[in-house]
Ligand binder design. Structure first.
Ligand SMILES: [Zn+2]
Length: 1020
């Protein structure tokens, strides 16, 4: 123990393990988490343009000071954790699951039902009393124990040592002396296999009784306001859209990693009976929310973190120690390694290292390791941000250049609102050590010396775009704080400076090459604007999509690029540890060839922000917020990723936006940020041992924005069982949908969209028919029965079929390819919203909606189904799919509502400003409610900023988008939800009768597949 300190020089927030007497402070309301400045906002979403954490007009005078509140306090006060709350949620979550109850119906809460539900349902389990601890302690057990390194007592018991028992659930937790209650058992179980009938026994589908996505979100959302998610005890993560506080017990939080199956069949044949993919969705830098512990940064000095000698897996909570602590056995490959002397600690009689509770790497599923020089490819430095700004005529004329420059200033220095808050104090927006540079371009490239000593920036023009070089070695990258005056003045003047020049044609490829030259030595991140098709100079592009190639073989060529120049610059960027985000505006709705240009972002781990029909009064706020978000979210660069898994399984495919040299090599990212996720598919190379668990570890080697080289390690465990019946109880619907969507997106360059739609339909039928064939018993043969954990699955797939990426009918290829690439890189939360929007009706809000309750949680109204049949006359609705948020107003909407929302004098739809992008700040109750609701939605969203787009019935073009997003209706050349279920049901019956013909099976099975996880005849 004397060498303790050399291992635990934690990079940040390092607690003194012997110091604080945390154990004796049971009633402290929140864990020792550094409160994020925004309180309710988290670091990853600082781009929000709202005043952080200020709920307006809180009606309850007893509410604690609002600066102190978040929506998700880590710990509910004891009074709230009572049984009725539990029962309520359990019954809500469970109601749809019972075979006796019409699916989709929220069952009224009846006391007599309580116990029945507890015994049956899985997701209900509570964080309380799981370990037979006294009630008084349970309410606060997650307060301080969330930091096992503090040496807190409750988690020190060997019962929760993950390596000692099979996952799910630590079986010895309930000893004969300490029997489990029914509720505890319920909490440990998956959902039952019974399934939910979605139709009558005659096969009719009742639209009111089909599974409702809004309900599947609202009930767990309420539950997780009052409960944490303990990652080892519960094995069905909350739905991806639901905010929750995870308590890391050794298995990674679902925010970082979601497995499609949390119980894995032992053999490929058993898995095949489910037709489900075995996959993992990884979002390695996912943002945390208030109440969650920051990821610890562990420094093992020159030796680096201990790793398995055979398979190179990193030390983790599931490695076991033997021979008195002299050996550690790898949980991936079972190799017994020698424990290096500097890492030695003895084990106790039960085989647990005595220092385990002081070692985050042995107790937490997700940690960061600092790594020594051998992990460097170049000296890590603070992140270089290079802003590359299009200054051609179109961008100037349309206000895009203005908006972009203003957005950068806000991102670097905060906007007016922030300034008044900071009281003039300079608050760094970028981590110390990071630097910024500015380049502009039209037909030429302009470099700027922005050294702090200068009165103003010095421009250097590079006219030779055939062979550009970087004409200055000093002053291109500077500390943004030191050069604040120079940078601000330059960005303020740029629009004016170039308004005289007005070159119409940007020359993009040469400036990208220049950016590579400027960043080769260090790596970095490029943020590039583009306001017109780059038609000048080397790499000029032309109008490829004339709108006439729809539904032809040539169409899929438009969705990819073969341009050698752009492919080459993408590869060079990745090699040098550079990634790029594009901000692309098509001011007149014109073609930008996103397929070609966005390829560079997709290969380098970047992102494209796309503003079709950019209109500056409406879109500048969104543009500005999104620049701010891209600069402030957690960003790493020069990244490599490796996913390891237990013997018996192997990685069969990766889906996402990255560079992959050859299969088997590490994934490479120029940059990686908090919003990016990838899908990993696994196949069997043997049989798994049902007596052991299956383990997965993702390791992301990256350089932080502040210049530290680290490995972000996430560990995931699943139990194994012989057959697949157990697996069906632990299916993670969001992970399944994400994996299927990502794979479908990956197919777009290979197959016509129509075939992919057919394959998605077939996959849906396969999964549901497989379930019907193999896992249900007593239902009438004509009844459509849906697996409990996949009740909303078919609706999500229908949403995917109707998305811009896959919808039928004409869709500009720019928009299609943009959405396809987004699907490949988005995390499960953003995916969920994208596949089924959140709709809130604001004309009939309860008085308390949109305000914090006595616990500081915002009362969110329930969501509305995405169907016009649910739209009320005179209604007003927010429709948010994570990309746009539409405020739809019925033509008969009340004048009072309009005045309350928009201010005096706004009594008719025609009086509203069609280009309003946010609500004015008014003193009315409704106005405050809606602004609070919008703020909640913004923090629970993804990479895009939430600004409003008005859709007044009969007046605005955005009504088309509103109609498009009503995914339960017949639209986008696809069926209604009811018709879709009927269609799927018919094919399931054909399958059961042995009469099913695969749609388009000829064309789809033509190519051999390496995609084992989804291999079916039609995936081809
Ligand atoms: Zn190993």
């Amino acid at each position: 123990m004397s060498d303790f300190s050399m291992y635990h020089a934690l990079g940040q927030g390092s607690p003194n393990p012997n110091g604080p007497q945390r154990k004796n402070e049971p009633n402290k309301f929140r864990p020792p988490v550094a409160a994020s400045p925004g309180g309710y906002q988290q670091a990853g979403s600082a781009a929000v343009g709202h005043t952080p954490n200020q709920y307006i007009g809180t009606p309850n005078p007893n509410t604690p000071p609002i600066q102190e509140q978040g929506y998700f306090p880590p710990q509910p006060p004891p009074a709230k954790q009572n049984e009725s709350g539990m029962n309520n949620i359990t019954s809500q979550m469970g109601a749809v699951g019972l075979g006796v109850d019409p699916a989709g119906q929220q069952r009224p809460h009846k006391k007599k039902d309580r116990h029945a539900y507890h015994n049956i349902e899985g997701p209900g389990g509570s964080s309380q009393a799981f370990n037979g601890m006294p009630q008084s302690g349970t309410a606060t057990q997650f307060l301080n124990q969330n930091t096992p390194q503090l040496g807190s007592g409750q988690w020190a018991s060997p019962q929760v040592t993950p390596a000692m028992s099979q996952f799910p659930a630590a079986a010895p937790m309930y000893s004969p002396a300490n029997p489990a209650s029914n509720m505890q058992h319920a909490a440990r179980q998956g959902t039952p296999l019974g399934g939910s009938p979605a139709s009558t026994s005659q096969g009719r589908v009742d639209p009111e009784h089909i599974p409702s996505i809004p309900k599947s979100r609202d009930a767990p959302a309420k539950y997780y306001l009052e409960h944490v998610y303990p990652t080892m005890e519960h094995h069905l993560p909350p739905p991806a859209l639901v905010p929750f506080v995870a308590y890391d017990q050794g298995n990674s939080s679902p925010k970082f990693a979601r497995l499609t199956l949390n119980n894995i069949p032992a053999s490929a044949d058993a898995l095949a009976s489910t037709c489900l993919p075995l996959g993992l969705v990884l979002q390695p830098l996912a943002p945390l929310q208030e109440g969650e512990q920051p990821i610890p940064v562990l420094d093992f000095g020159e030796t680096g973190p201990p790793r398995c000698r055979r398979c190179r897996a990193y030390i983790n909570p599931f490695m076991t120690f033997r021979s008195g602590g002299n050996k550690f056995v790898c949980n991936m490959c079972t190799f017994p390694n020698d424990v290096p002397p500097e890492y030695f600690a003895p084990t106790d009689p039960s085989g647990v290292r005595v220092d385990r509770m002081q070692r985050p790497e042995l107790t937490l599923g997700t940690v960061d390791f600092m790594v020594p020089k051998e992990y460097w490819s170049k000296e890590p430095v603070g992140l270089r941000w290079l802003f590359v700004i299009d200054v051609t005529a179109e961008g100037i004329n349309r206000g895009f250049l203005d908006g972009f420059c203003e957005g950068i200033i806000n991102a670097l220095y905060g906007d007016e609102k922030d300034k008044s808050q900071d009281e003039g104090a300079s608050q760094r927006k970028l981590p110390p050590g990071s630097k910024v540079g500015v380049i502009t371009y039209d037909k030429e490239i302009h470099f700027y010396n922005i050294s702090p000593g200068l009165d103003q920036a010095q421009m250097m023009v590079m006219p030779d775009i055939e062979d550009p070089f970087v004409p200055l070695s000093e002053g291109l990258f500077v500390d943004p704080e030191e050069s604040k005056a120079v940078i601000t003045s330059l960005l303020t003047q740029l629009p004016h400076m170039f308004s005289e020049v007005k070159n119409p044609e940007p020359s993009l490829l040469p400036v990208l090459s220049s950016a590579v030259s400027a960043l080769t030595a260090t790596g970095g991140k490029v943020i590039c604007s583009l306001a017109a098709l780059p038609t000048w100079g080397p790499g000029r592009l032309f109008l490829r999509d004339d709108g006439n190639l729809h539904n032809t073989d040539a169409e899929k060529k438009l969705l990819t690029t073969e341009h050698p120049g752009y492919r080459k610059v993408a590869t060079k960027m990745v090699e040098s540890g550079i990634g790029i985000d594009f901000f692309m505006a098509a001011p007149s709705g014109g073609y930008l060839d996103i397929a070609t240009i966005g390829h560079v972002s997709a290969m380098t781990g970047g992102e494209v922000y796309y503003y079709p029909n950019f209109h500056s009064p409406r879109d500048t706020l969104k543009l500005s917020n999104e620049i701010k978000h891209t600069v402030s979210r957690e960003t790493g660069y020069q990244a490599l990723m490796k996913v390891r898994c237990s013997n018996g399984l192997q990685v069969s495919a990766y889906h996402g936006n990255f560079y992959h040299h050859t299969f088997g090599a590490d994934l490479e990212f120029g940059v990686v940020d908090a919003d990016k996720a990838i899908g990993v598919m696994f196949s069997y190379d043997g049989k798994l041992d049902p007596k052991l668990d299956a383990h997965f570890q993702s390791a992301l080697l990256y350089t932080t924005a502040s210049g530290q080289r680290r490995v972000r390690c996430s560990n995931i465990v699943a139990s194994v069982s012989e057959g697949a019946a157990e697996a069906m109880k632990f299916v993670d619907q969001d992970a399944v949908v994400s994996i299927i969507a990502k794979e479908a997106a990956a197919r777009v360059t290979e197959k016509p969209i129509k075939e992919i739609r057919g394959a998605l339909t077939e996959k849906t039928v396969d999964i549901l028919a497989g379930y019907r064939k193999n896992f249900t018993g007593n239902n009438p043969p004509g009844q459509l029965v849906l697996p409990e954990n996949l009740k909303e699955f078919s609706m999500y797939i229908l949403g995917l079929l109707k998305s811009r990426a896959f919808k039928g009918g004409k869709e500009p290829t720019d928009r299609r390819v943009h959405d396809v690439r987004m699907i490949k890189s988005m995390g499960p939360l953003e995916m969920s919203l994208y596949l089924y929007p959140r709709i809130i009706s604001i004309h009939n809000l309860d008085e308390k909606d949109g305000f914090p309750n006595e616990n500081g949680h915002l009362n969110m109204p329930d969501g509305v189904r995405a169907s016009f049949s649910k739209v009320e006359e005179g209604g007003a609705y927010l429709v948010d799919n994570g990309q746009v948020c539409i405020l739809w107003l019925h033509s008969q909407v009340s004048p009072n509502l309009l005045e309350d929302l928009f201010g005096e004098g706004h009594t008719s739809l025609k009086q509203l400003d069609a280009f309003v992008s946010s609500l004015p700040v008014l003193e009315t109750h409704l106005n405050a409610q809606v602004r609070n609701i919008i703020q909640y939605m913004q923090t629970n969203r993804g990479s895009k900023s939430l600004t409003l787009q008005l859709a007044r019935q009969g007046l605005d073009g955005a009504e088309y988008e509103f109609a498009r997003l009503l995914y339960e209706d017949r639209n986008n050349e696809a069926q209604s939800y009811v018709d879709w279920l009927v269609h799927v049901h018919r094919h399931i019956q054909l399958e059961l009768a042995g009469q099913r013909k695969k749609e388009d099976s000829d064309s789809l099975s033509s190519t051999a597949s390496t995609f084992v996880g989804l291999r079916t005849p039609y995936w081809g």
